[in-house]
Ligand binder design. Structure first.
Ligand code: HEC
Ligand code: HEC
Length: 498
């Protein structure tokens, strides 16, 4: 009797262990991105592979904690972020718990979140301070303070109040349900691992957050320095201090097809759209191991022909026609004209997509200098022997002449966003605003750009932008600056329709 009992128990226990092992194996092998059929939903919420994962021992990639923790942080550290993620310029839509630009993926049995292209390439515009924001996909996220976001996630994740209990206690209020496996991990050490990783990440990027490096603030990110630290393991504090100043304005993503072959990125360091896409994905936290090429290709195919947004207000036709003539005289050779909207390059636009030497263009040179030959060499070493190997990046000596399609929605202007409006850009540097505020999405139809003299609005504190700080210079680009005001206004009127 006894031995039968023993045998059955042993078989049952053995079966249980097998099931348990199977469950763990299946959980560890699941890789399920949340994807959408509709391409605009995919752009806003779909995955490009920036969520962490691959191995529990060494979770690579990603800068964000699991979804359960991510959604709990603002209420665990309320004093660090009183207005929640929305106050940083993240855009929340009805029916979506996560903001635009944050994707989700189940990997290693955990629901992870990551950043996608839309986080930096989706902007909002308001007609007036009382109006609802209009969401424009592919527009620079000029309202987003990514730096403050990264700092908040790092600081709060390391806070003693972040515990498994605190996270579990907030699942319901945040409408987050997690797998049994994640529950088990939460119980056994997930939070400790997360803190260790966060500490490591913070130490790697600390030299560019503070340390005399001017803040990126709303609408900007340092394109290459975080990449040096996170992808290439460089010791940032060993680099010359000026190389750590590389804040760049977010650009627009529309109409990529006619841009193929042009030397773009602000400094014209790459003439292949596909490489710019892939490299941008790496900037979002994607790694060569986690990259989702299919997800990126869907976005790539869509932005290939995505039209630039039409100017949403009235345009004075007669004034714009006068402006067109002046534009053809002073600007078309470097920037192309209104035909570029339909993919047609004006024959006079001989210099568009080429690089203007820094001594001629005269704008702030920090962004240019933050991209170095050594960095380019390291980029070539990524993806060795794969079809995705970078082969087009190169160090240049200036900034690129970009097409200006949809330029009304691309304020503030220049690579560092140092000039708030189009009218200001047509003034000599000495007459451009020296200190202004970035991140307000109320549109200024007179000067064309965003309202830049308001410090804060409805819980959003805008970035005070000081043009005297290194990397923030607003000099250079002195074209048409000595024309009379009526002519400048005419050029601006014409540019509304670009
Ligand atoms: C973390 C913010 C961020 C994310 C996420 C991001 N980008 Fe960008 N993107 C930028 C910045 C900043 C630049 C300008 C880089 C520079 O020249 O310094 C840029 C430049 C580009 C350009 C070149 C534009 C031009 O006219 O020169 C393309 C194309 C692009 N991104 C596509 C993408 C795609 C596709 C994704 C998603 C796979 C993506 N980006 C994700 C910030 C981002
Ligand atoms: C010789 C070439 C050249 C000419 C001529 C020129 N530009 Fe530019 N423009 C540039 C370069 C290069 C940049 C990028 C500089 C930077 O970001 O530091 C630029 C940037 C800009 C930008 C900012 C783009 C953005 O996305 O922020 C605007 C707007 C602009 N130019 C308008 C004009 C207008 C209007 C004229 C004529 C009055 C003009 N440009 C004439 C080369 C030129």
């Amino acid at each position: 009797m006894r031995s039968i009992w023993w045998r059955t128990s042993a078989i049952a226990a053995g079966a249980l262990v097998l099931v348990l092992i199977l469950w763990v194996v299946i959980a560890l092998n699941t890789d399920r991105p949340v994807a959408y059929d509709d391409i605009t939903d995919q752009f806003k919420y779909g995955s490009i592979g920036s969520e962490p994962g691959v191995s529990l021992m060494r979770p690579v990639g990603g800068v964000l904690p699991p979804r359960s923790v991510f959604t709990a942080l603002p209420s665990i550290c309320p004093e660090k972020l009183p207005g929640g993620y929305a106050s940083l310029g993240f855009v929340f839509e009805k029916g979506h718990a996560l903001p635009i630009g944050v994707s989700q993926r189940r990997r290693l049995g955990i629901d992870h979140v990551g950043l996608n292209c839309a986080v930096c390439h989706t902007g909002t515009v308001r007609d007036s301070p009382d109006a609802e924001p209009r969401i424009v996909l592919g527009m620079p996220a000029h309202q987003l303070d990514l730096q403050r976001f990264v700092e908040f996630v790092l600081e709060c994740s390391l806070d003693n109040r972040v515990t498994a209990d605190a996270v579990r206690g907030r699942l319901e209020q945040n409408h987050v349900s997690i797998s049994l496996f994640e529950r088990a991990l939460l119980r056994f050490g997930l939070i400790d691992r997360l803190k260790l990783q966060t500490l490591e990440l913070r130490n790697r990027i600390a030299p560019i957050l503070g340390n005399g490096v001017p803040r990126w603030g709303r609408g900007r990110v340092d394109t290459f320095n975080p990449y040096k630290a996170i992808q290439f393991n460089w010791q940032l504090d060993r680099l010359p201090h000026d190389e750590l100043i590389g804040a760049s304005d977010f650009p627009s993503l529309w109409n990529q097809k006619p841009r193929e072959g042009m030397h773009l990125h602000w400094d014209g360091d790459n003439d292949s759209v596909d490489e710019r896409n892939l490299s941008a994905a790496l900037g979002a936290g994607v790694t060569p191991v986690t990259v989702d090429h299919a997800g990126i290709k869907r976005v790539r195919d869509w932005i290939w022909t995505l039209p630039p947004p039409k100017y949403p207000y009235a345009i004075d036709g007669a004034r714009a026609a006068r402006g067109a003539a002046l534009y053809r005289q002073h600007c078309v050779m470097c920037h192309a004209d209104e035909r570029f909207r339909d993919g047609v390059r004006a024959p006079e636009a001989t210099r568009v997509g080429l690089i203007e030497d820094i001594d001629r263009i005269g704008t702030d040179r920090h962004r240019l200098d933050s991209y170095t030959d050594v960095f380019a060499a390291n980029q070539y070493a990524l993806y060795p022997e794969s079809q995705y190997r970078f082969t087009h990046f190169r160090k240049t000596g200036g900034y690129a002449n970009h097409p200006l399609d949809g330029i009304w929605a691309r304020a503030p202007y220049l690579h560092n966003g140092s000039v708030p409006t189009l009218l200001d850009l047509l003034n000599p540097p000495g007459e451009r605003p020296k200190v202004f505020y970035r991140g307000n999405d109320v549109f200024d139809r007179e000067r064309v750009g965003f309202v830049s003299n308001v410090k804060e609005d409805r819980g959003r504190v805008f970035t005070e932008y000081d043009t005297s700080a290194p990397g923030n210079g607003n000099g250079g680009h002195e074209y048409a600056t000595s024309l009379p005001l009526v002519d400048k206004l005419a050029i601006v009127e014409y540019m509304k329709g670009l």
